[in-house]
Design a protein around this ligand. Structure first.
Ligand SMILES: Cc1ncc(COP(=O)(O)O)c(C=O)c1O
Length: 388
């Protein structure tokens, strides 16, 4: 029996391995999970009833999404993101932003093409690029995990098809300023490559940081692919709803891909999304109060170990990427934190960084008391593992 060489070259994410460690050590507090602590708003309920009220809803629907959700998304994009959908653009509802990314890569590449990812990368992006028989060209971010547009431009070759940015960022929590995103978008325009902008964490910004959508830049609609998700903002992770904004010419290829893989995003989830989007971002803003308090506790606690672990400014998402001064392998460090201190984080190697000891700390999935306990264990645990 022959098994795909291509799939063998796709990395196995470390997250299930850390999950296994957590299960083997009951009582472990996970600062590993990249999900919100809350579920969907109650406003989703009546729309789910509306779904059941019409027997036609159990049949396949349009690949690109139900008209009611497309309309809600169009209104939101204009009001919040400054993206006015013109005749040269389309919205396609996907089963989450990950699917939007796979759709984009398959639609714009041929085998052997290159996609530029910024380091640290989001591992599913790297995996999708490899699965498409393409090459992920990784460009390091600076010491604050910020974009380096000049290095991005230098990495462009005749095989480059896109530059990917994620802001607010997973795994670093960095929020890229408008001018940096404008520079990258302009580089993409000048070189005739796409700018894929993953905005799954658009509402998760702190300390006055502002989210900017490159899709709002005048003249960007022909080369910008914007990805969004309800997973984090509305606690919708298992409902699988996101969307992509694409240039019209990509609609046909993306329709072929999505028709083959999914046909349409689950219609019951699309209806739930219509309900959730009726209350809009205020739902997330309210929930974020607690996450903001946890972030403050985390940053204060991390100050106490700044002699050997630093966190560059991280004003977004619900992550910090701790830079630990040690020669220890980050996975060994993670293992010892779980085994000896019952707290889990994710090693930076998962995000493509191998020359430093980085640990991703996720603070969005827990309530305040548990998170505070986990943060205390992390700080004490790091000191003990590294110095005793
Ligand atoms: C940057 C980024 N994009 C996309 C996703 C996946 O989102 P979805 O659940 O909408 O597929 C995640 C999830 O962690 C993420 O961090």
């Amino acid at each position: 029996m022959y098994d795909s060489q291509r799939m063998q070259s796709v990395q196995t994410p470390i997250i299930p391995v850390v999950g296994e460690l957590i299960r083997a050590h009951p009582g472990t507090i996970s600062l590993g999970q990249g999900v919100a602590y809350y579920g969907p708003p109650p406003e989703a309920g009546p729309c789910i009833e509306r779904f059941f009220a019409d027997p036609q809803n159990h049949k396949y629907k349009l690949v690109q999404g139900i008209p009611e959700l497309l309309e809600a998304i169009e209104t939101k994009l204009a009001a919040e993101n400054g993206i006015r959908i013109g005749p040269d653009q389309r919205i396609v509802v996907t089963a989450g932003a990950n699917m939007g990314f796979v759709n984009a890569v398959l639609a714009i590449t041929d085998p052997g093409d290159e996609i530029i990812l910024n380091l640290p990368y989001y591992f599913n992006h790297e995996m999708a690029v490899t699965m498409a028989d393409c090459r992920a060209v990784c460009v390091p971010s600076d010491e604050n995990y910020q974009l380096q547009p000049d290095r991005i431009e230098k990495a462009i070759t005749r095989r480059t098809r896109a530059v990917v940015t994620i802001s607010p960022n997973n795994p670093s929590g960095a929020v890229y300023p408008e001018n940096a995103l404008r520079q990258v978008n302009d580089i993409c325009r000048r070189h005739g490559v796409y700018h894929i902008s993953d905005e799954a964490y658009e509402y998760f910004v702190y300390d006055g940081a502002r989210h900017f959508s490159p899709g709002s830049i005048e003249g960007s609609s022909h080369h910008t692919i914007s990805l969004y998700s309800l997973s984090k903002a509305y606690g919708f992770a298992s409902w699988r709803i996101g969307w992509m904004v694409i240039p019209e010419r990509l609609f046909e290829p993306i329709r072929k891909i999505q028709d083959t893989v999914l046909i349409c995003a689950p219609v019951i989830s699309q209806w739930a999304a219509v309900g959730a989007m009726q209350i809009g971002r205020s739902y997330c803003d309210e929930k974020l109060e607690e996450t903001r308090e946890i972030r403050t506790i985390l940053l204060e606690e991390l100050q106490t170990i700044r002699d050997f672990a630093t966190v560059p400014r991280a004003d977004g998402a619900f992550y910090v990427l701790l830079r630990v001064r040690t020669d220890m392998d980050p996975m060994d460090l993670v293992r010892r934190l779980v085994e000896e201190h019952r707290v889990a984080v994710i090693p930076g190697t998962t995000f493509g960084v191998r020359d430093q000891c980085l640990l991703r700390v996720a603070y969005g999935a827990l309530r305040k008391d548990t998170a505070a306990e986990g943060i205390g264990r992390l700080v004490r645990g790091l000191r003990q593992v590294l110095f005793s």
